[in-house]
Design a protein around this ligand. Structure first.
Ligand SMILES: [Zn+2]
Length: 612
């Protein structure tokens, strides 16, 4: 449970601290296939390339097929990583050998009968996301799916070994992979391709903070602190989150865990079995609101260590890397991780109950003001993640619902259902830990199994409740908030004219395009939807007078609900007059607060649920 600063920890010490189990594996499983050995080097990192050399065993075959993943687990979109692979060549038996592309992500290599071939290629990486590569002058983030060609159609788990050759100024590599037994600097071994893909590597000169929880080492690896990010504070708080989640799940399911925190002005996080990659703005430790968002992200990604990396939908393992892996239960994987991300940050003492309630309120408001909740069920949203979630467009809010958002609200309401049904003896916590006990080994869960287990934990039949929440677009019911001592804060209905377009953040549906007022999206159920306003229309005038972006909100106040108002727009340079009839904005009464009229029992339940 100690925390100490380990700036630029030499990799040799890492290797000594955490000896590889390769030797033990070799004793127990002599039949393991020969590894593929990769060397990664960065001769000109400022050009954003990593050079890869792979030594691939052939078993004497005259030709071998190599494949690259088209997606990476946790981010459900075919990303076509192979588009960044350049200049593939092969050598075998001292001679250059032909390499031929046979598919978008496959290469056929003639071996000349040699026992191994050496394949060389370069990978371009300059996409600042948690699931792609980024290489520049002073650091590299390497994701397995985006980097490594492996033997296609390999039937047995094959070890993959990676050695990084760093530019002289770079001193450190960090990854969830185990160091090899030999103590060679920056050399790691994955027991199989899944582990390689699941273990991003960061190289450069990050600040490394080590702490132990339950005797297990953890590392917070900060890339780009830049004299702005408070590394020490962030490490202390990450440790508290780990401690709270270890209590929740009853232990830690790994030998070592690495938080790779890219302070690179990107966003997002991606979960792995014993590591995660986070992206953040460097200013986040300087203002409470932004810092809370980062802590929430850390907690969400760390919750995935169990929820989805081990307790998983049946379809998410073993992975097919060359095509989509469809599942209907991302509402558990993502929604429940959102819900518990905040709740466990409260239990860890790094977030206040009020902050958590505020964030839950925003989730509910987001669900209840998104028209797509009435168009798509949450299980359909999960199934369609591959074509919709990562490809939002102007119609997304009208046609889809986020399985994060609706899944998070379902977690909250299911928690109340279970607590109420068991007179507060059990909760969603029991469902999660029991589900983990049942489904965390080789076996994943189906939606039906998860629903059935919830009924078992609650001691009542929840199948009708689940059917409404998961299979239909019916509104969720918030009837039992008072049982938990909560209510929605009453809102005074607005009397102002509202047309459904706003420049106000968050949720702006208009943008200021160099002084032009341009429609970003038109939401179903708004006056502008009925008036025929389109996305990308430029609004020139309202009520017969010019309106500029900074005048929009104030100008609307000049009109009354029910009044017919001409709206002059330019659409692909053609000027049109539309007629809009402002209404009053539907009340956004989705802010949770303690119910002042709550009975003592309900107040006690609220305190127990949001316990720090
Ligand atoms: Zn997630």
């Amino acid at each position: 449970m100690s925390l100490r600063l380990v700036l630029r920890l030499p990799p040799l010490i890492l290797a000594m601290s955490f000896p590889s189990d390769a030797a033990a594996q070799a004793r127990q499983a002599p039949a393991a296939p020969e590894p593929i050995r990769y060397t990664l080097s960065f001769p000109a990192p400022q050009t954003h390339y990593v050079d890869v050399e792979a030594t691939v065993p052939t078993r004497g075959r005259p030709q071998i097929d190599l494949e690259m993943a088209v997606w990476t687990p946790g981010s459900y979109l075919v990303r076509e990583y192979s588009r960044h692979v350049d200049e593939a060549t092969a050598m075998a038996g001292g001679q250059a050998r032909p390499v031929e592309k046979t598919a978008k992500n496959r290469w056929r290599v003639q071996t000349g009968g040699a026992p191994t071939v050496t394949v060389r290629y370069r990978v371009y990486g300059r996409e600042m996301t948690v699931r792609t590569n980024f290489i520049e002058s002073d650091f590299a983030l390497i994701n397995g799916a985006a980097t490594f060609l492996t033997l296609a159609d390999d039937t047995t788990p094959r070890p993959h070994e990676v050695t990084l050759t760093l530019p002289a100024a770079w001193k450190t590599t960090m990854t969830g992979l185990q160091a090899t037994a030999g103590g060679v600097a920056h050399q790691y071994r994955a027991a199989d391709f899944d582990t390689l893909v699941d273990s991003p590597i960061v190289a450069g000169n990050p600040a490394v903070y080590e702490f132990t929880v339950k005797g297990t080492p953890h590392f917070l690896v900060n890339v780009g602190e830049g004299g702005v990010w408070d590394g020490q504070k962030s490490a202390v708080d990450v440790q508290k989150i780990v401690e709270a989640q270890a209590v929740f799940w009853g232990g830690l399911p790994y030998d070592r865990y690495v938080f790779i925190n890219m302070i690179t002005e990107g966003t997002g996080g991606l979960e792995h079995k014993n590591s995660t990659v986070l992206m953040t703005s460097r200013w986040r430790t300087r203002a409470r609101r932004g810092y809370v968002d980062w802590l929430s992200l850390v907690s969400h990604e760390f919750f995935h260590t169990w929820n989805v990396k081990r307790l998983r939908p049946v379809e998410l393992g073993p992975f097919e890397y060359e095509r989509e892996n469809y599942t209907k239960t991302l509402w558990v994987a993502e929604g429940f991780s959102d819900y518990y991300g905040d709740l466990l940050a409260v239990r860890a003492g790094v977030m206040t109950p009020e902050e958590s309630l505020g964030s839950l309120s925003e989730m509910i408001a987001s669900l209840q003001t998104t028209p797509g909740r009435l168009a798509q069920s949450v299980e359909d949203a999960s199934f369609d993640a591959w074509v919709r979630y990562y490809r939002p467009d102007e119609n997304t809010p009208n046609s889809t619902i986020s399985y994060y958002t609706k899944g998070g609200v379902i977690a909250f309401l299911l928690d109340i259902e279970i607590r109420k049904a068991t007179n507060n003896a059990r909760s969603l916590d029991d469902l999660m830990t029991q589900a983990y006990a049942h489904y965390s080994a080789a076996k994943g869960f189906t939606s039906g199994e998860f629903r059935a287990l919830a009924s078992e934990v609650a001691g009542i039949d929840l199948s009708a409740w689940f059917q409404t929440a998961l299979d239909t677009t019916d509104e969720l019911a918030y009837d039992d908030l008072s049982w938990l001592g909560l209510r929605f804060k009453p809102e005074v209905a607005s009397t102002k004219a509202w047309v459904g377009l706003t420049t106000a953040m968050p949720g702006a549906t208009l943008r200021n395009d160099n002084g032009r007022l341009v429609v970003v999206q038109v939401r179903r159920g708004t006056p502008v939807f009925d008036a025929g306003v389109n996305a990308e229309d430029e609004i020139l005038a309202i009520g017969g007078y010019r309106v500029r972006p900074d005048q929009w909100e104030a100008r609307l106040e000049a009109f009354r609900p029910g009044e017919k108002v001409p709206l002059l727009v330019a659409r692909r340079e053609r000027v049109l007059t539309l007629e809009v009839t402002p209404a009053t904005e539907p009340p956004r009464a989705w802010r949770l607060e303690p119910d002042p009229a709550a009975v003592d029992a309900a107040k006690a339940r609220l305190a127990g649920w949001l316990r720090p």
